[in-house]
Design a binder for this molecule. Sequence first.
Ligand SMILES: [Zn+2]
Length: 221
Amino acid sequence: MFGLLLDFIYPRKCLVCMKIMPVEDKNIFCSNCKKYIQYIKNDCENEFFNKRNVFIKRNYGVVVYNEYLKEVIHRYKYGKKEHYGKILAEMMQEKFEDIIKIHNIDVVIPVPIHKNRLKVRGYNQSEIISKALSKKVNIKHDKKYIFRLKDTKPQNNLNVKMRKINLKKSFKLVDKQNVSYKKVLLIDDIYTTGSTLEGCAEILTAHGSEVYTLCLAVAVK
Ligand SMILES: [Zn+2]
C-alpha cells in the first residue's frame, strides 16, 4: 500500500526519455525506448571482453553500452541521481543471482572511486548498485576492503597500455590481516577495456581471491 502511494507521489520515469510511466508499469524503460536496450545473451558474452585480462576468472555484462545507456549512466554518475542506482540494479539482479550461485561467490565488492571524486560526485555509483544487488540475496557486501590510492586521470582518452600505467598501484587493500575472501564478485557500471577491473583483480588475486566481474554496460568494439 505504501509502495503504491509512493508511486503516485513519485511516479516512475523512463530512464532514457524521462517520460512518466503509468503507475502499474514496473518497467525501467517505456515501450518506445525498450527497443534500444540490447541485453547481452549468456552464450555470446565472452567475446565482448578483453582476453588479456589475466587476473579475472570471468567477466559478465548485462547490456550493450550504446548511446542510450551512455546518456543514462552519465546522468546517474554526474547528475546527482543517486536513486538511479537501485533501478539500474534491477536490470542486473537476475544475472547477479545466477553468478552468485554458479561460482559460489562469498563476497560482493564495488569498484572503488577515489575520495576526491567521491566528494565531488556525492556517491560511488558502483557501490549504490552493488549494495542494492547484495541486499536482495543477503550476501556479504564489503565496500571497504579495497580502496583507490591514486586519483587517476579520466581513462577515456588513453589507450590500453596507457590505462594500465595509469592504474598501476592505484588500488590497495585495507589492512585486514585475517580477512581473505575466496571468491569475489566485483561490480562496476561500465566495461570498456577492463583495465580498472583488472587493476582491482590483480591485488585481490595476490591476496588469495578468485575474481569474477559483473558490469551493467559493456562497450562492444
Ligand atoms: Zn522512454
